[in-house]
Design a protein around this ligand. Sequence first.
Ligand SMILES: N[C@@H](CCC(=O)N[C@@H](CS)C(=O)NCC(=O)O)C(=O)O
Length: 220
Amino acid sequence: MMHLHHVPGTRSSRILWLLEELSLDYELSAYQIGDGSLRTAEFLDRSPLGRVPALEINSTVIFESSAITQVLCEQYPDAGLAPSVGEADRAAYLQWLSYAETQASIVEALNLQMIFLRPPAKPSVAVLKLMVARLKATLGPLEALFGTQDWVLARGFSAADTMLGFNLYAVKHFVDLQPFPKLRAYTERCRARPAYQRAVEKDGAQKMYSQDFYPLPTEV
Ligand SMILES: N[C@@H](CCC(=O)N[C@@H](CS)C(=O)NCC(=O)O)C(=O)O
């Protein structure tokens, strides 16, 4: 039995997509950030920081998307979505898995400043500029990577793509992807996957971003 605790359009979408890639049966419970549903005693028992994803596998609950990704790939090795210990591209796989989380943490900082902060609190323009520049800097190495291969690993689609591919959905709200054609083509390849499309259908409407793009404020 698997049960994914999820907020549409967030890092738990990585796991939703991976569960679909693995063709697994699972239950899905959806929450919302900011309405208290991630802070109940029952939820904090599953995920002590009140964050998603949390995945129940039988009587065990795991949180942290990269750990969940690893556990699922190890439980279903025949799907071939992660290199095993000793395989040549294992280091690259682990590296990009962590890179995806570095990038997501910058997006999270921008979400906090641009979306969740409510007056009278004001975002710092200097910090926002720095965050957008740091986010943009994460795209250069990916543009180079996808200039030579279709997926994060040269061997083909892997769970590093479910970790990273999800981010780009959020990144485009803060950085114009126009100058990154290889990256845009990569997001189209992700979008074309049937498992991605099933995940998007189950994800439901995301309620976080009300604008397609959030430009830096000129004055605050
Ligand atoms: N490193 C964690 C981060 C999890 C995380 O921060 N999730 C966000 C959604 S993207 C969340 O649940 N936020 C709820 C909150 O901060 O209240 C992971 O990869 O699972």
